[in-house]
Design a protein around this ligand. Structure first.
Ligand code: SAM
Ligand code: SF4
Ligand code: FES
Length: 349
């Protein structure tokens, strides 16, 4: 089957086989251009020209896990650890609101200092004080905790499954279980969260077949938001000498994910912008419709080092707000108004 025919099928059916996905991941030249153009068209037809902003608040750099790729892993003795307190987190959300953000993402390592009660209190206070949608990105918890956070006012949840290859998952996530991660994602969906998931591109040992399977798993999980990004080696991790993930494969994956999930929210991620100065613009032009600038204070941005060379690390939140708007306008789009709920989620509910 030719790439053109595969794209016709994807456009009409929002479905592809693993072999067809693999062919698209290998597309080059005119075929690749056509993949990006088709994904951009599907994006325009299903989610329009608005690009929604998410204000990222990274509130703790402590983590009990030891993921091989991440600078926050508990074995990294050189990581700079911090925890923000409730008032400070809510204050940052307020500032983000004043800058025009209508969604904040509360992200952290898996830090059990933030108990069920502490997190509930943060969510409730934030909801009382600012009219924002709250996305949690805090990793694995119990069904009961997820339920309590939802009842407290959390709207959305982001948790990547990182890789669908269970062998690789086991290798890079000591003490964790792929099965539990997927179980958590299913609970979150059942509890009515707007569900975000995704994977890393270019983990050492990952094959094209794995990547195609990752793309299929996202669809099977019925994700409302899909966050993917290239792996970037961190010097204080076991993967320090590994090769970084490919920008090209990331862009192709974004495009294919858009074809298969026409009305989902898909960000052009910071990691993509870190490996390529125009990475976010390119992402927005092949299917993405979301950007997630960091709205935290500089002091914390510097300490939350998942990987080296992160963009925006020396810019304050006001500067990023202006910068991101010019990026959006430069690709012929406009900043979204409102909370930017996933149309996929809206359609299902
Ligand atoms: N601890 C939570 C979790 O793991 O879901 C949320 C925070 S975690 C830092 C957010 C994401 O960062 C992870 O899902 C992972 O894909 C990404 N990440 C971590 N280290 C990375 C690296 N070296 N390169 C690219 N992305 C990385
Ligand atoms: Fe912790 Fe998340 Fe980093 Fe894994 S990816 S070490 S869970 S912060
Ligand atoms: Fe932060 Fe451009 S978005 S400096």
């Amino acid at each position: 089957m030719k790439v053109k025919e595969i794209l016709e099928k994807a456009y009409h059916e929002s479905n592809l086989t693993k072999d067809e996905i693999k062919l698209l991941l290998m597309a080059e030249g005119e075929d690749k251009d056509l993949l990006f153009k088709t994904a951009d068209r599907v994006r325009k037809e299903h989610v329009g020209d608005e690009v929604f902003l998410r204000g990222l608040i990274e509130f703790s750099s402590y983590c009990k896990n030891d993921c091989f790729y991440c600078g926050l892993r508990r074995s990294n003795q050189n990581a700079q650890r911090y925890r923000m307190q409730e008032d400070e987190i809510v204050e940052v959300a307020k500032r983000a609101y004043q800058m025009g953000y209508r969604t904040v993402v509360l992200q952290s390592g898996e830090d059990m200092y933030y108990t069920k009660d502490r997190l509930c209190s943060i969510i409730k206070k934030m909801k009382r004080v600012v009219d924002v949608a709250i996305t949690l990105s805090i990793g694995e918890r119990s069904y009961d905790e997820y339920k309590v956070f939802k009842d407290a006012g959390a709207d959305r949840f982001l948790m990547r499954f990182e890789t669908s290859n269970e062998k690789l998952y086991r290798k890079y996530h000591p003490g964790m279980s792929f099965e539990n991660r997927i179980e958590c994602l299913k609970w979150l969906k059942k509890l009515g969260y707007e569900l975000g998931t995704g994977f890393l591109i270019g983990l050492p040992g990952q094959t094209l077949d794995d990547l195609a399977q990752d793309i299929i798993l996202v669809k099977e999980l019925d994700a409302d938001m899909i966050g993917i990004g290239p792996f970037i080696p961190h010097p204080q991790t076991p993967l320090k000498d590994a090769k970084e993930g490919s920008v090209d494969l990331t862009l192709k994956s974004i495009a294919i994910l858009r074809l298969l999930n026409p009305d989902a929210n898909i960000p052009a991620t910071t990691a993509l912008g870190t490996l390529d100065p125009l990475g976010r613009q390119k992402g927005l032009m092949c299917g993405a419709n979301i950007v997630m600038p960091n709205v935290n204070r500089l002091e914390y941005k510097l300490k939350y080092e998942l990987y080296p060379g992160k963009i925006c690390i020396n810019e304050d939140a006001t500067k990023c707000r202006g910068c991101i708007e010019s990026i959006i306008v430069s690709v012929g789009r406009k900043v979204g108004q409102g909370k930017g709920q996933s149309r996929h989620y809206k359609r299902a509910s």
